[in-house]
Ligand binder design. Structure first.
Ligand code: PEP
Length: 284
C-alpha cells in the first residue's frame, strides 16, 4: 500500500502518477498523427490510468491535440520561451501553447541545457512563465557522467532544484512536477539503478522541503510541500525496468524518450503506471 502524504494544506494526499513521452526531434506529420492515434486507441476503456502526456515537436502539437481530444491523453511542449510575445524569431510562447490547449511543458531538459544554452537562470524564468500561464511544468534536473564520477551528483541536483525555485512562492507549487534524469542515462541504454534513482528523486523532494523551510536551525518552520510534488524518473526507461522503478517510494512516474516513439513500447509503460495508480490512488 502506498504511503500517505500530508500536503501543504494539511490535507492527506497521495502523489499522482504521470507517464510522459518526449518525442524529441522525431516524427513527421503523418508518423506523429499515427502514433498519437495508436496511443489513444491503446488506452481506450482502460482503468486506473496514470496522467499520460505526449510531448511531440512543435510542428505536431496541433495535430496531437486534435487526435487526443476526448481521450485520457494530454499534450505537452518540449520547451517554450518565457516571454509572451515579441521579436524572438523561432521561439514559441506560453500564450501560444495555452491557446491551443497544450497543458504541459518540459523545462530544462538536459538536451536544452547541453545544446541550446539553457541555464539554471533561464529554467527559473521558464518555470515562472509556466506557472503564470497555468501550464504544468515538468522541470528536468540531473547530473552529467563527469559530475557523477566526481561525486557531485547531490550538489548538482540540489543546486538545479533550488535555482529553479528562486522567487517562487510555496503556494504556487501545486502544479510543479520534477523529473530526475541523470544525463548519462538519457538515450544511452544505461539505466540508473532503481535504488539510486529513488534516492536522488527523494533528494529532489527533500531539497524542495528545505528550500521552503525557514528560520534559524533548531527552530525551523519545516515545510513539507515537497511531499506533494510528483518526481518522475527518466533515462532509458523501458517496459523491462519501469515496474521496479515505479515500486519505489520517491518515483511517481516516468519521463520516457526512445521508448515513447512506438505504441508497442510506450503502452506497456503506461500499463506499469496504471498498476501504480491501482496501488497508490491519487487524490483528484
Ligand atoms: C528523455 O528524453 O527525457 C529521456 C529520458 O530519453 P530516453 O528515455 O531515450 O533515455
Amino acid at each position: 500500500m502506498g504511503r500517505l502524504f500530508v500536503g501543504v494544506l494539511g490535507v492527506s494526499t497521495k502523489r499522482r502518477t504521470i507517464i510522459a513521452g518526449n518525442w524529441k526531434m522525431n516524427k513527421t506529420f503523418g508518423e506523429g498523427k499515427k502514433l498519437a492515434a495508436a496511443i489513444v486507441e491503446g488506452v481506450k476503456d482502460k482503468k486506473d490510468l496514470p496522467e499520460i502526456v505526449l510531448c511531440p515537436p512543435f510542428t505536431l502539437l496541433s495535430e496531437v491535440t486534435e487526435s487526443t481530444k476526448d481521450s485520457a491523453v494530454k499534450v505537452g511542449a518540449q520547451n517554450m520561451d518565457y516571454r509572451d510575445e515579441g521579436a524572438y524569431t523561432g521561439e514559441v510562447s506560453p500564450v501560444m501553447l495555452t491557446s491551443m490547449s497544450v497543458g504541459y511543458v518540459l523545462i530544462g531538459h538536459s538536451e536544452r541545457r547541453q545544446f541550446f544554452g539553457e541555464t539554471n537562470a533561464t529554467v527559473n524564468l521558464r518555470l515562472k512563465a509556466a506557472l503564470r500561464h497555468d501550464l504544468v511544468p515538468i522541470v528536468c534536473v540531473g547530473e552529467t557522467l563527469d559530475e557523477r564520477e566526481d561525486g557531485l551528483t547531490d550538489a548538482v541536483v540540489r543546486r538545479q532544484v533550488a535555482a529553479a525555485l528562486a522567487d517562487i512562492d510555496e503556494t504556487d507549487l501545486e502544479k510543479i512536477v520534477f523529473a530526475y534524469e541523470p544525463v548519462w542515462a538519457i538515450g544511452t541504454g544505461k539505466t540508473c539503478e532503481a535504488d539510486e534513482a529513488n534516492r536522488v528523486a527523494g533528494l529532489v523532494r527533500a531539497t524542495v522541503n528545505e528550500f521552503y523551510s525557514r528560520g534559524e536551525s533548531g527552530q525551523k518552520n519545516k515545510s513539507t510541500v515537497g511531499e506533494q510534488i510528483p518526481v518522475l524518473y527518466g533515462g532509458s526507461v523501458k517496459a523491462s525496468n519501469v515496474d521496479e522503478q515505479l515500486a519505489l517510494e520517491h518515483i511517481d512516474g516516468s519521463l520516457v524518450g526512445g521508448a515513447s516513439l512506438t505504441a508497442q513500447e510506450f503502452l506497456p509503460i503506461i500499463e506499469a503506471g496504471a498498476k501504480r495508480v491501482a496501488r497508490v490512488p491519487s487524490k483528484a
